[in-house]
Design a protein. Structure first.
Length: 315
């Protein structure tokens, strides 16, 4: 016997939504426009998050489980589901507006205000750009954002000004290799930054950075730059958020000391040091040297030279 679900009181209907997994709620939202509007009104029953990596699949994250909506052109497979514990999949017919329309539909249906992860994969850059613009317009938080090193470099160069308009809070990863004349200044920094080709990340940006973790590979920082950084770090009140700084640069050499220490900088008598951030233990530093701020705060420093010159600093 059919149930007149839409006639339920709002409190009861909200409880029904709370018990639904994303697949069930999506199918209910497709039942009618009226139901979809009801779902929007009574949304945010859970802390839904959404993820998109520019292919024909969108992920809803809730309670540490991932629900993946995958495109299929076979009507026989519509709403076919596979439950695998943390990772679950359902095949659906994408709307006429494709992945962009589906993304916006899921945002509204689930009352989503947080993007778990968003990445540029160049299988469909135009779709990504439309979604990014909508997220900016809605001022939706993006926890993790990634720029992959494939596709048209100029597309990413043109996109980068929008990066400062996006509300990226937790982590930015960038592996794109930009042209030598590329320049970009951050207006705000997420909690963590990891840049694989970081020659464009300037010393001024490092000195202004407010992130807790910074990892820069293939940078152009010199011994002098790193010495000046440590001089500033030692002053009371500077870099209050910083917990981990890791910089690879071919400019690091044995010619100039850092903080009056000859390179390589290490101490075989010191213990292994590690840092815990966001419930994740970052790689250990073996045999670092202890350094101190003016207020007594301790840091641990190791600088390697040779085939992989690297400045490694933990607080």
């Amino acid at each position: 016997m059919p149930i007149a679900l839409l006639k339920f009181p709002n409190d009861l209907l909200r409880e029904v939504f709370r018990l639904c997994n994303p697949f069930e709620l999506y199918k209910l939202s497709k039942y009618s426009k009226k139901f979809s509007q009801k779902a929007i009104t009574l949304g945010a029953t859970k802390k839904w998050k959404i993820g998109f990596w520019c292919w024909n699949e969108i992920t809803i994250c809730v309670d540490r489980s991932y629900y993946n909506f995958s495109q299929t052109d076979n009507p026989e497979n519509y709403y076919k589901t596979i439950f695998g514990g943390c990772d679950n999949y359902m095949d659906i017919e994408f709307p006429n507006g494709g992945v962009v329309e589906l993304f916006l539909h899921l945002l509204d249906t689930f009352g989503i205000r947080i993007v778990h992860s968003l990445g540029i994969k160049f299988t469909n850059f135009e779709d990504f750009l439309k979604i990014a613009k909508d997220l900016v317009d809605r001022n939706i938080e993006i926890e993790q954002f990634a720029i992959e090193n494939d596709g048209e470099v100029q597309d990413v160069v043109n996109f980068m000004p929008m990066l400062n308009q996006m509300n990226i809070t937790q982590e930015l990863q960038c592996s794109m290799k930009f042209p030598p004349d590329f320049h970009f200044d951050f207006v705000k920094y997420p909690r963590e930054i990891s840049i694989s080709n970081s020659s464009w990340f300037t010393f001024d940006q490092l000195m202004d950075c407010t992130s807790a973790r910074v990892e820069l590979k293939n940078s152009l920082f010199t011994n002098h730059d790193l010495d000046v950084f440590l001089q500033k770090w030692k002053k009371t009140g500077t870099f209050p958020n910083l917990r981990r700084l890791r910089i690879h640069s071919i400019q690091i050499d044995i010619e100039s000391p850092i903080q009056e220490m000859i390179l390589p900088i290490q101490n075989v008598d010191n213990p292994m040091i590690r840092v815990l951030m966001r419930n994740y233990i970052y790689p250990n530093i073996f045999n670092p040297v202890r350094v101190s701020k003016d207020d007594g705060t301790e840091g641990w420093l190791k600088v390697d030279v040779g085939n992989w010159p690297e400045f490694n600093f933990l607080m």
